[in-house]
Design a protein around this ligand. Structure first.
Ligand code: COA
Length: 707
């Protein structure tokens, strides 16, 4: 990321009267300190050189500029600052043209907005996505974008963080023209020459008036967007700062508004949400960097088999079909395969009904789907995912059939959520081909894919699974074999903590409310009602035999399940769902059951503040997360974070449970655990990893760096 003499990150070359300034900072030309300095020097060179009549800014490689260098945020800023660079570009005495291709995002677009003319190639993606990182444009974007596009489109671009194509950018006024051909440099040069031939001079965005001419309309649009943002941004910090900065642009002279923008930007930089969101950005990229993917080549996957046509199997089939793969589904009889096909079709019918898919497109997708009652139909497929009933013997029988029928080298995956995959692998003649692919329901929608790595699996099979995840647009997390893998194992522990609190005096509604206030879309009891209480009931029964008889066990959920109250699908669970309502209402009868259970357990209920609820909930989650890392079930703390961000609704702006713990301070989490242990030392056993890190004064993030 730094400049060196052989390969400066900003290169200048005269092409006739045009100084071509090329940003060359792989992989995405981020605006690190070297690039910023290089751009300042290049503009100074252009102003000083009488031979130069115009400047062209282009990016080398696959991007114009993907934005500020995210790795620099949170570190002491190094001059020159990006606002200074943007203002210097705009102040250049000679016309500056920016030719955009690929990503032109964040600070990259702000550079382009500071140029005097903008051209974009067909593949350009323009955007101001800073809110997704807890930030806002801080180098004039909140001022210059509205001057070109008008308040409403500009604010919508900033609040959504979306990328805009070149055509749309032209229509909105963000750029001046589309570039022909595939070479941004050539198209930009032609444009610069044309401008010079016309005698076009500098044209500063700060002076653009037209889009903001109707002050009242701009103010009304901003007012409406503000009201909407207050409602929708659910505790997020930076979206409202965007609105404030644009408001300053309506109220103040340009330079004063820029100053205000900078102040607001710095507030965002200092916010914990920025730290959480940037951690999430890097974590979701790091998570795919696993040793096997580096060590081995993936096997080619051009076709997929799915065993089982229930909700899970059908969801997996849809995910594979959506990735363009042909899918063969195997079920035990004609009726089951018809049901499996219907489950797949239902998803596409829903899209057709919503107008998001044409009937012809649905037919084209379904043409890639085949159903069979014979395992022989899987003889040619490259990868099979088994999604049948969760029973070890049933799964072993399926794998025996796969072993008999599949071609050598086929990857054989199980979608089990807790069974011992080592045992499944050991039961067939090719354990090196067996891996766990734990999808989350609905499998065609949920982003998380736990890739569970049994002892004997080949590295190339693990690499193949990561490659498949990419094809399916899933976020893969590598997990070791244990009951529940990463996600469900940790879930079991913090769910138990929630149950303990419920028995000790917090109502399920209070707990859900505290968890929502923390930023989750739903609380644990709402989730249980949505997933179906019978699922947890089955798990508890399964674990009953191996449960430590001394361990605390709250029976409230069992009391509900015994009544058939499984949640939404039965019309009541922890909440009441009158006439199929999706949002539940508190149920006095549930509270009576809770009260009776407290009495039975000899507990005098006490009250819990939201803060205490969350301290206990998070301490349980973090402690088990530490155990999972300590035991090597998760490679790094960031793998736990990504699991919870993508599979369990953990609020992204907090970065994940382990990042959250780092931000709170591991010593505080450990102190809480020791405090809670006074009442229940068996449940609250500090993880050895947590104890060790606190003793060393280190944090989880210190374990995230790859070698
Ligand atoms: N600063 C520093 N590094 C960046 C970066 C940035 N602004 N944008 C991307 N990178 C890095 C990624 O971390 C990744 O590094 P790695 O290969 O070591 O993992 C590499 O560039 C490639 O990025 P990746 O996201 O894997 O490639 P992609 O082609 O899928 O997507 C982008 C490219 C630019 C669309 C995407 O990276 C992105 O959205 N970046 C952030 C843009 C942004 O928010 N800009 C505003 C910053 S305030």
């Amino acid at each position: 990321m730094s400049a060196d003499a052989q390969h400066p990150v900003v290169q200048t070359a005269r092409q006739g009267r045009v100084l071509v300034v090329t940003i060359d900072n792989p992989p995405v030309n981020a605006l690190g300190v070297g690039v910023r300095g290089g751009l300042l020097a290049a503009i100074a060179q252009a102003d000083a050189d009488p031979e130069v009549a115009a400047v062209l800014l282009v990016g080398a490689g696959r991007a114009f500029i993907a934005g500020a260098d995210i790795r620099e945020f949170g570190k002491p800023p190094l001059p020159p600052s990006l606002p200074e660079v943007c203002n210097r570009i705009e102040a250049c005495a000679k016309p500056v043209v920016a030719a955009l291709h690929g990503p032109a995002l964040g600070g990259g677009l702000e550079i382009a907005l500071s140029a005097h003319y903008r051209l974009a190639m067909a593949d350009a993606r323009l955007g101001l996505p800073e809110v997704q990182l807890g930030l806002m444009p801080g180098s004039g974007g909140t001022q210059r974008a509205p001057r070109l596009m008008g308040v409403k489109p500009a604010v919508e671009l900033m609040l959504s963080g979306r990328h805009m194509g070149a055509q749309e950018a032209l229509a909105t006024g963000l750029i001046d023209r589309l570039g022909e051909g595939a070479d941004a440099r050539a198209a930009g040069l032609a444009y610069a020459e044309e401008l010079l031939a016309q005698g076009a001079g500098v044209r500063r965005t700060r002076d653009a008036q037209a889009a903001l001419a109707d002050k009242a309309a701009s103010q009304a649009a901003l007012g409406a967007l503000k009201a909407e943002t207050v409602k929708k941004s659910r505790g997020l910090f930076s979206p409202l700062k965007v609105i404030e900065a644009v408001q300053a642009g309506l109220d103040l002279p340009f330079d004063a508004a820029l100053k205000r923008e900078r102040e607001l930007f710095l507030q965002c930089i200092d916010s914990p949400q920025r730290a959480g969101l940037i951690h999430a950005f890097f974590a979701e990229r790091e998570v795919a960097k696993v040793p096997e993917a580096k060590a081995a080549q993936p096997r080619p996957i051009a076709s997929v088999g799915v065993v089982g046509g229930g909700t899970m199997g059908a969801g997996i089939a849809v995910a594979a079909l959506d990735a363009g793969l042909p899918v063969t589904m195997v079920e035990r009889d004609q009726a089951s395969i018809a049901r499996g096909r219907a489950n797949v079709e239902k998803v596409y019918d829903g899209l057709v009904a919503k107008g998001r898919l044409t009937p012809e497109a649905k037919a084209a997708v379904m043409a890639r789907f085949a159903g069979s009652t014979s395992y022989e139909a899987l003889a040619g497929v490259d990868l099979v995912i088994e999604a049948v009933f969760e029973d070890l013997e049933v799964k072993k029988a399926v794998f025996a059939e796969l072993d008999r029928c599949c071609k050598p080298g086929a990857v054989l995956a199980t979608n089990t959520s807790y069974l011992d995959i080592d045992a499944i692998a050991a039961s067939i003649s090719r354990p090196q081909d067996v891996i766990g692919l734990h999808f989350f329901s609905p499998a065609n929608i949920m982003k998380l894919l736990e890739i569970v790595v049994p002892a004997q699996v080949g590295a190339d099979v693990v690499a193949t699974a990561f490659e498949l995840a990419k094809k399916l647009k899933k976020v893969p997390v590598r997990a070791g074999v244990c009951d529940g893998f990463i996600g469900n194992r940790i879930l079991a522990v913090y769910r138990a903590a929630a149950d303990h609190m419920m028995e000790d005096g917090a109502s399920p509604y209070e707990i859900d409310e505290a968890v929502r206030a923390f930023g989750y879309p739903m609380g644990p009891f709402q989730v249980s009602d949505l997933a179906g209480g019978d699922i947890g009931w089955a798990t508890r029964k399964r674990k009953a035999a191996t449960r430590d008889p001394k361990a605390r066990y709250v029976q409230i959920a069992d009391r509900l399940c015994e009544r058939g109250w499984f949640g939404q699908k039965t019309g009541r669970g922890y909440y009441l769902y009158p006439e199929g309502a999706r949002i539940g209402q508190p149920d006095p009868e549930v509270l009576a059951i809770v009260a009776a259970e407290r009495q039975r357990a000899g507990i005098t209920p006490r009250s819990f503040s939201q803060d205490e609820i969350m301290r206990r909930y998070m301490a349980a989650m973090v402690n088990e997360g530490a155990n999972v890392v300590h035991e090597g079930i998760a490679l790094r703390p960031l793998d736990v974070d990504v699991t919870f961000l993508y599979g369990y609704g953990f609020p992204r702006h907090r970065g994940g449970p382990m990042k959250y713990a780092d931000m709170v301070g591991l010593d505080r989490i450990l102190a809480d655990i020791r405090e809670f242990a006074k009442d229940d030392p068996l449940f609250w056993q500090p993880s050895p990893l947590l104890v060790d890190l606190v003793a060393k004064g280190a944090n989880f993030d210190s374990l995230n760096r790859s070698e």
